[in-house]
Design a protein around this ligand. Structure first.
Ligand code: NAP
Length: 488
């Protein structure tokens, strides 16, 4: 028997694509008893936090946007970060979400109250809020990862992570070290090479890089999209189908990857003439095993005279220099970390406590997992957007987010209709879903032996969806109450 009523029906955490999309869906359904908690002072999620030079989406913007809110104003096929942030601000305003967003409220703890069947959320600002349901839109790639290198804290120069780019620090004329050659680094390295006196790029594993089929969207095209929205929809659909066909190589038959690998090898040959550098930047693992990156200017920038690609491991950092395994010491003024995010710990320990006070992290000792990437047994009325194994190596995350939002909305509808106060996914349903998922992942290109943030230390892939996105959409189309224990 519940004794108290919650402050809200739903609390949404975060204002990236996930949180805003969820808020818009709630509004459209006429559910106004909700609040969105945002740690920062503006909306935008990862597109607010990442503003390093050259930051842009690596999925075409016609597809990397809400299906219900096409943007005829994209200026490029792959929109730069300021445009995506502006788009999200526009969505928040257009759909009337601003009054519902509580800024400066970082959720530190969420505790499930079994007796009252509600969540109690505590924020860093000292607020306590209760809600029947919590929908986390915190994203899996928001906590910066720093390398653990001897002597890093003794470095006297400037340091920052790609996610915390310090635009006030002038790079002009400086000797700069960049650690990492992932999706972020390949975007900012070509931007800073013309400014710096010298760049030492510390590469642990070279990424496979494909040419980026980017181009300006002309004003004539933008006018067409504005007045004939169907034309933009047709392009969106064509992009969707093209990207979806990549699943054949990633999951169904990794041998198909030989073809794009040839193209990537040609890209290296065309960009770099020096055979030593060519060899250094050529990966020795299966194409697609790590995230395939797209860029036209990254490889050419490595061939510039003021750039050294260093493939020796870093032994230690000293007050003004970096020393590699081969004993060489290089003087630097600044170190920029392009070392990515803690993708394996999407939710920190001590943040989410379910039934019997269990910490969510303790249920993830074999790696993060959820039912449909959304729900975890023992954590009733708690849904994650972009949760475990919903990531993509081939298409737009916004498609996955919209699928999960539809699922949560159907859950809310059924809760309302049936008077349920609690839905808790059954352990058997979660287990069998994940057994099937891991079996599919075992045959994928991601399991061919490389090290990437897709897999945890035990080699288990906890991040990617192994299949077509339309299959995920089919599975999340309706809330399948039979797989949940429900309570009035
Ligand atoms: P990332 O892809 O994980 O790359 C991190 C880089 O740092 C890798 O090259 C890694 O080497 C290196 N590294 C990590 N620890 C190191 C250490 N201790 N010593 C030396 N090198 C180290 O991170 P990211 O570039 O920030 O991108 C993360 C993800 O964010 C992407 O995969 C993508 O999903 C997303 N993203 C998307 C876009 C977009 O355009 N939509 C842009 C940026 C990022 P190893 O490869 O050897 O581990």
């Amino acid at each position: 028997m519940t004794t108290i009523s919650p402050d809200y029906q739903v609390i949404v955490v975060g204002t990236g694509f996930s949180g805003l999309g969820m808020g818009i869906a709630l509004k459209k359904a006429g559910i106004n008893s909700f609040a969105i908690l945002e740690k920062a002072d503006d909306v935008g999620g990862t597109w607010r936090d990442n503003h390093y030079p050259g930051c842009a989406c690596d999925v075409q913007s016609h597809l990397y946007s809400f299906s219900f809110e096409p943007n005829p104003n994209w200026t490029r096929m792959y929109a730069p970060q300021p445009e995506i942030k502006k788009y999200l601000q526009h969505c928040a305003r257009k759909y009337g979400l601003m009054p519902q967003i509580q800024f400066g409220q970082e959720v530190k703890k969420a505790i499930y109250d079994e007796q009252n069947k509600l969540w109690r959320l505590e924020t860093a600002a000292g607020k306590t809020i209760t809600s029947r349901m919590v929908v986390s839109g915190m994203g899996g790639l928001s906590t910066a990862a720093y390398p653990n290198i001897k002597g890093l804290n003794t470095f006297k120069g400037k340091t920052f992570h790609s996610q915390d780019w310090d635009h006030d620090y002038p790079l002009t004329g400086k000797r700069v070290a960049v650690i990492g050659t992932g999706a972020s680094a390949i975007q900012f390295v070509p931007q800073i090479v013309p400014q710096v006196a010298h760049l030492d790029l510390y590469q642990r594993t070279p990424p496979w890089i494909m040419p980026k089929p980017d181009r300006e969207i002309t004003s004539a095209e933008r006018t067409l999209f504005k007045y004939v929205p169907k034309s933009q929809e047709a392009i969106r659909n064509a992009i969707y189908l093209q990207l979806e066909s990549r699943v054949l190589g990633f999951v169904l038959n990794p041998r198909v990857m030989k073809l794009p690998e040839l193209q990537a090898r040609r890209h290296i040959r065309q960009a770099i003439k020096d055979p030593v550098l060519r060899k250094k930047v050529t990966p020795d693992y299966a194409f697609g095993c790590k995230r395939v990156l797209i860029s036209n200017d990254y490889l050419p920038s490595l061939a510039k005279p003021n750039v050294d690609v260093i493939s020796h491991g870093i032994k230690e950092v000293r007050a003004n220099s970096i020393v590699t395994d081969d004993g060489q010491e290089r003087i630097v003024d600044a170190i920029i970390y392009g070392t990515g995010f803690k993708a394996q710990d999407p939710i920190p320990r001590g943040a989410v406590f379910g039934k019997k006070g269990v910490d969510l992290i303790d249920t993830w000792q074999q790696g993060a997992q959820a039912y449909l990437g959304s729900a975890v047994n023992g954590f009733p009325n708690f849904f994650m957007l972009m949760g475990p194994n919903t990531g993509l190596g081939h298409s737009s995350m916004v498609f996955m987010i919209e699928s999960q939002i539809a699922y949560v909305m159907d859950c809310l509808k059924q809760m309302q209709k049936n008077g349920w106060k609690e839905v808790d996914v059954r352990a058997e349903a979660q287990q069998s879903f994940n057994t099937d998922l891991q079996e599919k992942l075992g045959n994928s290109v991601w399991s061919t032996g490389c090290k990437s943030w897709y897999v945890n230390a035990d080699g288990k892939n906890t991040t990617l969806w192994p299949g077509f996105t339309f299959d995920f959409r089919r599975q999340t189309a309706n809330f399948d109450a039979k797989n949940y224990a429900v309570e009035q």
